[in-house]
Design a protein around this ligand. Structure first.
Ligand code: SAM
Length: 419
C-alpha cells in the first residue's frame, strides 16, 4: 500500500474517530505486508458502493452459520479464565477477522459482550471490538452497522441488535489482512472468523485454461492452490498465536471440503451451484459475448481445506508450542433462501426467487468471474457481460427454483492459546 492510499484510508475514517472510534491500517510498516499482497487486497473485492451494506443485505445464510457457531463461542467464554488486571487496558478485546461489512456478526458480538460481563460479574466491563478485513473493505458500512446507524435483519426478518447500544463498547477497525499479525502480541482475548479464511493471500490462478473454476471441483487438489492454502493457514495461525492473550480463544468457522466430499453449493441436496455457474458462464460464449480464453479464464483464489489440512498446521513446532485445538467439527448449514422457498414461506414467484437468491452467490464471486474478461475491455463492457452472466444464472434458477440453493459446508475449529 502506498503512503497516499494509507492516507486516504485513514482520512475516510477520520469522521468516525470523532465519534470515539479509532481505526488503523498498514501504513507504518509496509514491508510486513508486501509478501501477502497488501493483506490479500484485490483477491476478494466487495460488491456495491461503500456505505450501502450490500453484502449483509444479500448474504442471509451467513447469519445462520454464525448462529450455528454461537453456542460454541459462548461456551468458550463461560470456561475462559479471566485475565488478571495488568498494566494497561483492563478491557476485554474481541477481534472479528474477515468481517466484511460487520452486519452478519452483530448479534453474536452483542451476545459475547453480555457473556463477558456475566462471566466477569461486571455489567460495565469495557469491551473493544476490533473489526478486521482487507484495506479495500466496505469500511463505512462496518461503522454504519456496528454503531447502529443502519439496521440489520436476518433471513427471517428478525432485527439484529447492535453492540454499540450496550455502552462501554469501543469500535476499532484494521485493514492489514488476516495473513499478517493485525494486533499487538498478547492483546486479543477472543478472536472469531466466519467464512473468510478460505481466501488466499495471492492468486495461484492455476485453473486458468482448464475446465475447472475451483480447486474443490478437481478430483485431486491442484498443487499451487493446495500449497498456498497450507502456507496461508500456517501464517494465519502464527499471527493469531502472537495476538492472543494467554488463555485467549480463537473460533474459526471456515469453508471446508467435508468427509462426504461436500463443499459450498454442492451437497446432497439440489443442483450443484458450481454446475450452474459453469453452464451460465459457458452460455456467454454461445451468446457470442466471450471467447474461449475467457471461458476458461476463471480460477478462484480461494481454497476449501479438508479437516486433515487444517490439522496439519498444528504439527508446526512454533504453532503447537502456543496453540492447542480444543475441537474441530464439520457442519452443513442449509441454504435459507431455498428452505424458505420450498417451505412456501417466501411467497415468491419463481422469477422473484431467482432475483432474491442469486445475489448471495454474487457477493463473493462477481470479481473473480469479471477478472477472467480480457483487460482490453472497458469497465462498462465488462459489467454488461457480467449482467448477462447473472441473467443466465437467474433464468436457470427460474426454470426449476426448488433445486437451486447454496448450502454452506464449514469446519468449526476452536483453538486456545496455552498459558
Ligand atoms: C464471505 S465474507 C464473510 C464475512 C463475514 N465474516 C460473514 O461471515 O458474514 C469473506 C470476507 O473475507 C474477507 N477477506 C478475504 N481475504 C482477506 C484477508 N486477506 N484479510 C482480511 N479479510 C479478508 C473479504 O474481504 C470478505 O469481507
Amino acid at each position: 500500500m502506498s503512503f497516499m492510499q494509507g492516507f486516504i484510508f485513514l482520512s475516510t475514517l477520520s469522521a468516525t474517530s470523532r465519534l470515539g472510534v479509532r481505526a488503523f491500517a498498514a501504513v507504518a510498516e509496509p514491508q510486513t505486508c508486501t509478501t501477502k499482497a497488501t493483506g490479500g487486497a484485490g483477491v476478494h473485492v466487495p460488491i456495491g458502493k461503500d456505505g450501502e451494506g450490500e453484502y449483509t443485505a444479500s448474504t442471509k445464510g451467513c447469519f445462520d452459520v454464525i448462529d450455528t457457531a454461537t453456542p460454541l463461542v459462548l461456551n468458550e467464554i463461560e470456561k475462559q479464565k479471566l485475565r488478571p488486571f495488568g498494566v494497561g487496558s483492563a478491557a476485554y478485546h474481541i477481534a472479528d477477522y474477515g468481517t466484511a461489512d460487520a452486519g452478519t456478526s452483530l448479534g453474536l458480538l452483542s451476545q459475547m459482550i453480555q457473556a463477558v460481563r456475566d462471566r466477569s460479574e461486571d455489567d460495565d466491563k469495557e469491551v473493544v471490538l476490533h473489526y478486521e478485513d482487507q484495506l479495500t473493505n466496505e469500511w463505512q458500512s462496518v461503522f454504519n452497522h456496528a454503531l447502529g446507524l443502519k439496521s440489520v435483519s436476518d433471513a427471517y426478518g428478525k432485527l439484529i441488535p447492535h453492540p454499540y447500544a450496550l455502552k462501554n463498547v469501543f469500535i476499532e477497525a484494521c485493514g492489514v489482512g488476516f495473513h499478517n499479525q493485525c494486533y499487538p502480541s498478547n492483546s486479543i482475548d477472543f478472536g472469531v472468523s466466519f467464512t473468510a479464511m478460505h481466501w488466499l493471500s495471492r492468486f495461484p490462478s492455476s485453473l486458468k485454461g482448464t475446465e475447472y473454476m475451483h480447486a474443490a471441483r478437481c478430483d485431486e487438489s491442484p498443487h499451487p492452490e493446495k500449497e498456498q492454502a497450507a502456507s496461508d493457514w500456517v501464517a494465519i495461525l502464527k499471527a493469531r498465536a502472537k495476538e492472543l492473550a494467554p488463555g485467549g480463544k480463537f473460533v474459526c468457522v471456515n469453508f471446508c471440503k467435508d468427509s462426504n466430499g461436500y463443499f459450498l453449493g454442492q451437497t446432497d441436496v439440489g443442483a450443484s451451484m458450481w454446475d450452474s455457474f459453469q453452464s451460465s458462464w459457458d452460455k456467454l460464449k454461445e451468446q457470442g459475448l466471450i471467447d474461449e480464453e475467457e471461458r476458461l479464464g476463471v480460477s478462484f483464489p480461494n481454497y476449501y481445506r479438508r479437516k486433515e489440512e487444517f490439522m496439519d498446521a498444528f504439527e508446526d513446532d512454533e504453532i503447537s508450542a502456543q496453540l492447542k485445538v480444543v475441537s474441530i467439527e464439520e457442519r452443513v448449514v442449509r441454504c435459507p433462501y431455498r428452505e424458505l422457498y420450498t417451505s412456501g414461506k417466501s411467497n415468491k414467484t419463481p422469477r422473484e426467487y431467482a432475483e432474491w437468491f442469486t445475489p448471495t452467490t454474487k457477493t463473493w464471486s462477481h470479481s473473480t468471474f469479471k477478472s477472467a474478461l480480457r483487460s482490453e475491455r472497458n469497465e462498462e463492457e465488462k459489467e454488461k457481460i457480467m449482467s448477462q452472466f447473472w441473467e443466465n444464472y437467474m433464468s436457470l434458477v427460474e426454470k426449476n427454483p426448488e433445486v437451486h440453493g447454496m448450502d454452506y459446508v464449514h469446519a468449526y475449529i476452536v483453538v486456545e492459546k496455552v498459558e
